[in-house]
Structure formats: C-alpha cells, structure tokens
Design a protein around this ligand. Structure first.
Ligand code: UDP
Length: 235
C-alpha cells in the first residue's frame, strides 16, 4: 500500500492517505510533548517502540473481541489502519491514583482504587482538553448515548484484558487513555495508540515508572524505559 498525501500531523504521529479511501497509514515520530505542549523534546526510538507495542496490543485486544482500527504493520514506524472519524473524547481508565486524579482529588499517587474509574476529556487543544461528563458530551453532540455506552464497555474490557496481559511481564497498569473512532458505517472501533505515551506502566516489583512520566517529570531514563517495555513484551 503506497503512501499518498499527508492528511494530518499530530504531536506524535503523521497520517497519510492511501489509494483505498477506507485505509490510512500512520507514521510514528520520536517527538514528545508534555504539559499541554509547554515541554517539547524527543525520545529517541520512541516511534518504533510505540508503533510495535501498539500494534501488538491492538492485535491481542482484537482477538479477545474488542474491534480496533489495526490492519497491518508496514515497517518499524508505519502501520496501515482503518480510516476513522475520531470521537473527540479522551477516554481515561484508572486502577490506581496518579497524575491529574491525584492532584484534583488530593489522593496520594499509588493509592489503589476499590474499582476502576472511567472519565472523559473533551479533545480540544484550545481548551486544554477539559474534563467533561457524559451529559455534556451528549449535549454537545460529541457522541450518542449508544456510542458512549459502547465506548465505556470497551474501555473497561480493554482494562481487564490489558491489566492481566501486562502483569505477565511484571508491569502494573496504573491508568491509560484511549481514543475511539467511527468507521464509514458508524461502527465504533478502538483507534489511536496504546503505548508508554498513553499509559502509566509501573514495574510491578519496584514501582519504577516505565512510561512518559519520566519525560513529563524530567526524571530521565525515558529512552531506556521505552526499550525495556518493548523488550519485556516483544522479546
Ligand atoms: N494521557 C494521555 N494524553 C493526555 C492526557 C493523559 O495519553 O493528553 C494518559 C496518561 O498517559 C495517563 C492517563 O492518560 O496514562 C491519565 O492521565 P492524567 O489525567 O493523570 O494526566 P497527566 O497527569 O498525565 O496530565
């Protein structure tokens, strides 16, 4: 499948058209941003890690019944995916308090929840992706009730499957962000990526961060951490 014109460039990926109107090619970059774009940098090799990890996880989820946009890995950084219209919601699932949850609700990082949580942020850079509730999303026509139900169900299903899968590699899934899209016929599928950019991964023994928090918080060692996650999952 040939890359045609670039349709979009985001913070971490570029998207290209193909000869098939229902398929696009995603190209993962090493660029990293944090703090709403205030911090910019690169994490060497990140694009390769995120491409391969995300593909691996999407394939696994698909086999377990969660429909995804994944079609075929084309190269280290490029993947053929189904073209979707992104639902403008960041869907965040949490098992353990961290990051913005800890700050907002005054709960110490690392506090394990009695049950997983689900929240939505409105994907809107100008507004800095504000927290939004279900009724707001309906009122603004961002998604239908049926779509929100489907998305919520898939998000918790992904959490169950991913948490168990990662634990085999001694990784604790703290929280993560998903994005969903609509195919041409309206079917909701999991889209975007699942990677150390979009998940908090903690070593299950030491609690060490194996994710983008190393970059966000200037802790260092992010390149090594991304490689470590890839090594554990993909050998
Ligand atoms: N997240 C993301 N993109 C965002 C915001 C959050 O992928 O724009 C992920 C983040 O990696 C973490 C989870 O969503 O795994 C929850 O993030 P949180 O709301 O705690 O925000 P943060 O503290 O990262 O600002």
């Amino acid at each position: 499948m040939k890359k045609l014109e670039q349709m979009y460039e985001g913070k971490a990926k570029k998207v290209f058209a193909t000869e098939d109107p229902d398929l696009v090619i995603v190209d993962y970059k090493d660029d990293a941003t944090a703090g709403d774009g205030a911090k910019k940098g690169t994490i060497r090799g990140k694009g390769v890690v995120n491409n391969k990890l995300s593909n691996n996880l999407m394939k696994m989820l698909e086999e377990k019944g969660v429909p995804t946009h994944f079609v075929e890995e084309l190269s280290d950084r490029e993947t053929l995916v189904k073209k979707v219209e992104i639902v403008p919601l960041e869907v965040i699932v949490r098992n353990v308090a961290a990051g913005s949850f800890s700050k907002r609700y005054g709960v110490a990082e690392g506090t394990k929840f009695q049950s997983p949580t689900l929240e939505f942020s409105y994907k809107n850079d100008d507004l800095h992706d504000p927290l939004i509730n279900h009724y707001h999303a309906l009122a603004l026509g961002l998604a239908t009730q049926e779509e929100l139900d489907t998305i919520s169900q898939y998000a918790f299903q992904v959490n169950e499957i991913l948490s168990a899968y990662l634990l085999q590699f001694n990784i604790r899934l703290i929280d993560f962000k998903l994005e969903f899209g609509r195919l041409a016929d309206g079917t909701i599928v999991l889209a975007d990526e699942i990677s150390p950019d979009t998940c908090r991964f903690w070593d299950a023994t030491t609690g060490a961060h194996l994710d983008k928090d190393l970059f966000r918080r200037d802790l260092g060692g992010e390149e090594e951490a991304y490689q470590e996650v890839m090594k554990r999952l993909l050998g």
